[in-house]
Design a protein around this ligand. Structure first.
Ligand code: PMP
Ligand code: GLN
Length: 399
């Protein structure tokens, strides 16, 4: 696509997607899924499951369509989903919130992030602090909001931030600290020390904490801890999640934001002019999902943990060094031991060499820090066991 001036160009350039000739490239996910489709390779690139989620949830959407739930839902979301989100926050985290004022349904976590950052960031001078590598939309949305992205590196192999580097990144210009935990692309779950410091810094600098918790139920070692549950955090935290990963419905795009009413109102003010509303029949279905029994939530974490182990063994056998993720869909592997110095080139060649698609970590970094991640590759574990076994045997060709 040729250069188009304006906000979209700003977003693409913020995300490093504008070529030297001004053309706008597709996101890394679109590019790598297209590569998989073209070559017939196994797609361990884009993070989406290849199996359906719980039947009750799928049936609830069909029933809602059959029952005529096909027109605009209320602007904040259908009351039953808002209630289910509030019940979920209390059941899992002990957070009690008013479903009518402290929750908002959005078109996926992506719209929640966009509306939140557009609502809170006031253009030039405002800074948003994120961990790097970061989910690609963060840089694009920060650029769209005209704000400066300030990054704190997460380093191989445990991907926990250095607290001094975190402190140095947060200043009086920091309006938002955006925290993705469990973290995409590294699979890190932040330590209690990091969480405490994030809240302390936000209080100290009067910044707002925005959390992206879309992988909240995909944790392998211990229960997820939302930042909003920490002392002093609730008043300054907007918590974002989505049904996509938990219920294997990434195409439905039902997300939500919870937090204090004035902050949620600010997000709603932007959201109503982005999508206005979305996904009427999927909203009651996600409400059904949020009310599933504990065995469902334990089950998905246990299943993904086993897949993580299977993928990790395959990667080690193929000669990669492997970082063991504590959560999320993803595992990061170092291809340096396989003789590569450039993971992007390695990933472009991987379909031909081994019939597998993966994503270079440099797709999630700023130019300045690209070299720190030059040999690292992200593999998605959210695929059927037979697909992961097939991928492992194909990757063995690299050893
Ligand atoms: N944040 C992170 C960290 C993600 O990995 C994703 C994944 N797809 C999203 C946000 C977007 O979520 P949704 O599909 O609900 O918009
Ligand atoms: N969240 C998914 C990933 O990181 C895909 C998101 C997308 O395609 N935009 O792979």
């Amino acid at each position: 696509m040729r250069q188009i001036p304006g906000a979209w160009h700003r977003a693409a350039s913020g995300a490093g997607l504008v070529g030297p000739d001004g053309s706008i490239r597709p996101t890394i996910f679109a590019e790598m899924s297209a590569l998989a489709a073209r070559t017939g390779a196994i797609n361990l690139g884009q993070g989406f499951p290849d199996e359906d989620g719980p039947a009750e949830v799928l049936e609830a959407a069909c029933a809602a369509i059959a029952d005529g739930g096909n027109q605009y839902p209320p602007g904040r979301g259908i009351p039953d989903l808002l209630l289910a989100v509030a019940e979920h926050q209390e059941r899992f985290y002990g957070l009690r919130l008013d479903p009518e004022r402290e929750a908002l349904v959005t078109a996926g976590a992506t719209e929640a992030l966009a509306a939140t950052l557009l609502a809170l960031l006031d253009g030039a001078g405002d800074e948003v602090v994120v961990f790097e590598p970061y989910y690609d939309a963060y840089a694009a949305i920060a650029a769209l909001a005209g704000a400066r992205l300030v990054t704190v590196p997460l380093r191989w192999p445990d991907f926990q931030p250095d607290l001094d580097e975190l402190r140095a990144a947060v200043s009086e210009r920091t309006r938002v600290i955006l925290v993705n935990d469990p973290h995409n692309p590294t699979g890190a779950v932040f330590t209690a020390e990091v969480r405490d410091e994030l809240v302390r810094l936000a209080e100290d600098r009067d910044a707002i904490l925005v959390t992206d918790e879309v992988y909240e139920h995909l944790v392998f070692d211990r229960p997820h801890v939302p930042l909003a549950t920490l002392p002093g955090a609730w008043e300054r935290t907007l918590t974002i999640s989505s049904g996509g990963k938990t219920f294997s419905t990434t195409g439905w795009k039902i997300g939500w934001v919870t937090g204090p009413a004035p902050l949620v109102d600010a997000v709603l003010a932007v959201k109503q002019f982005l999508t206005y509303v979305n996904g009427s029949p999927f909203q009651p279905a996600i409400a059904t999902g949020l009310r599933l029994g504990d065995e469902f939530f334990h089950g998905i974490a246990g299943t993904l943990r086993a897949k993580r182990d299977l993928l990790g063994e395959g990667l080690r056998a193929a000669g990669f060094a492997v970082s063991t993720p504590a959560g999320s869909y993803f595992t990061v592997a170092d291809a340096a031991a396989l003789g590569t110095t450039d993971a992007a080139a390695f990933c472009r060649d991987l379909p031909e060499r081994a019939g597998v698609v993966a994503i270079p970590l440099t797709a999630f970094t700023t130019d300045a820090r690209r070299s720190d991640y030059a040999t690292l590759v992200r593999f998605a574990a959210c695929k059927r066991v037979d697909v992961l076994e097939d991928a492992a045997s194909r990757l063995a060709a690299l050893a």
